[in-house]
Design a protein around this ligand. Structure first.
Ligand code: SF4
Length: 443
């Protein structure tokens, strides 16, 4: 760890001159795999930071955007009820923007816990620098926090656009440790963060983070509009070494690590079990259920003023082809069009569900994964992928990568034959899960 970062951490954590041990982990190890039952909710795109790689940066800046303002408590509760009653979800990621700014957040946390939807907040942890705030979340029934640790020290402050933000985040982590609330890390693999990945892994071990997720800097949502460049997006070749080092440290320390949305060939062979592309995501309990995610991701469920549309699942997909994007736009503006489309999907899905087996369910999630990877987010295989044995389970390169850097980073993998099992590697990863999840995961 560099001297600067070390002193900032020590100062913020109040650990200088001590050997304070990391708290005892709450999560337990498990090799069981089932399709995740974690829902997701966006309360509104209002935030106190401006992370350069935020998927919703434009909506956060633009106060006139329909998704900018926080929704009311009753709408949020209604969405959560549907997650339980329609989708069978049993946990939830609550996002804002920044959910700790939402006035009704404690009420919603308690409500979710009461209806069987164990709540996680995805947060920048700025508000958690206040110990009383953390204590109140504990009393409200929060399961854990997923803290966005995007860098350390001045690098973090620059990436999120706010001086002093790193120190506040470290104070927040310290408060979580002292209150005994579990937490996990999310770290976006932006170019400025790469030299700090090992330090972030050390921070995770030292503070007792249960899980660390490294996420590709993706061209999703508002990041698809020209903000990404060779200045802020790293080449895959630049990511490989610091990422492997961080993964080695986490593995040696028993901290679960996941790498999301990167090609398998970027990480060393020993870390392939940590790679979660779209086809692996349904088997990670820390990730979101594609079925309910498809519904809560729609503008009607993400805006303050629109009426909710009927929930639907992953039944036979309406093959809209080139009509998909204009129809989504139209549905965003005309709630009655959205409601009509979703009623059709709901009816199709009910008919389908009557014939469902567990194998066909997994096949539906796999089809959805491929669709998300290719149609929604523009991942592409490059020419070298045609000789790779992982082609059918790997997303390939994200949409604009080849335009930025070309395709030389592809390293086709030879395993003696094509792999068609999405969990070929991830099955051997030991997950860390909340003890409550043992009840349904390992009955
Ligand atoms: S399919 Fe392509 S991107 Fe994926 S691991 Fe193989 S060579 Fe790399």
């Amino acid at each position: 760890m560099t001297t600067n970062v070390a002193s900032v951490l020590d100062q913020a954590l109040g650990l200088a001159g001590t050997n304070a041990p990391a708290p005892k982990p709450v999560y337990v190890g498990s090799d069981a795999r089932k399709i995740t039952r974690r829902g997701i909710l966006w309360l509104g795109q209002t935030c106190n930071l401006r992370c350069q790689f935020c998927y919703f940066l434009d909506r956060i800046e633009d106060e006139t955007h329909p998704e900018h303002h926080f929704m009311g408590l009753e709408k949020a509760k209604e969405i959560c009820r549907s997650l339980v009653e329609y989708y069978g979800n049993n946990s939830i990621d609550i996002q804002g923007g920044e959910p700790t700014l939402w006035p009704s957040i404690y009420h919603l946390v308690t409500y979710c816990a009461e209806i069987g939807l164990s709540p996680t907040l995805i947060t920048n942890a700025q508000a958690l620098a206040n110990r009383e705030v953390v204590s109140r979340y504990k009393r409200a029934g929060l399961r854990d926090f997923l803290v966005s640790v995007q860098g350390l020290g001045e690098v973090y402050d620059r990436l999120v656009g706010r001086e002093g933000a790193h120190v506040r985040q470290m104070k927040g982590l310290r408060n979580l440790q002292e209150e005994g609330i579990p937490f996990r890390f999310n770290t976006v693999l932006s170019k400025p963060a790469l030299p700090q990945l090992l330090d972030i892994a050390r921070l995770a071990v030292r503070t007792g983070a249960e899980v660390v997720n490294f996420l590709g800097f993706n061209p999703f949502n508002d990041q698809a509009t020209g903000k990404r460049s060779a200045v802020n997006v790293p080449r895959y070749g630049e990511v490989a070494e610091p990422l492997d080092e961080a993964l080695d440290l986490l593995a040696a320390s028993g901290v679960e690590a996941n790498v999301r949305y990167l090609p398998f060939c970027v990480v060393a062979e020993r870390h392939r079990g940590s790679v979660y592309d779209f086809q692996q995501i349904p088997y990670d309990l820390h990730e979101n259920d594609f079925a309910s995610w498809s519904w809560t991701d729609l503008p009607a469920q993400r805006t303050r003023d629109a009426a909710l549309t009927p929930p639907f699942g992953l039944g036979p997909r309406l093959r809209l082809g080139p009509l998909r994007v204009p129809l989504r736009r139209l549905a965003a503006r005309l709630p009655q069009v959205a409601a009509g489309l979703h009623s059709v999907k709901q009816r199709l899905e009910r008919a389908w569900a009557a014939r469902e087996t567990s194998a066909s369910r997994e096949a539906r999630y796999r089809e959805e994964a491929r669709m998300r990877s290719q149609e929604y987010t523009g991942y592409r295989h490059v020419s070298a992928c045609s000789s790779c044995d992982l082609k059918s389970v790997c997303d390939g390169f994200y949409g604009d990568y080849v335009e930025l850097f070309g395709s030389e980073a592809a390293r086709p993998i030879s395993l003696g034959g094509p792999v068609d099992d999405p969990q070929h590697f991830s099955r051997r990863q030991r997950k860390r899960i909340h003890p409550q999840d043992l009840r349904w995961l390992e009955p």
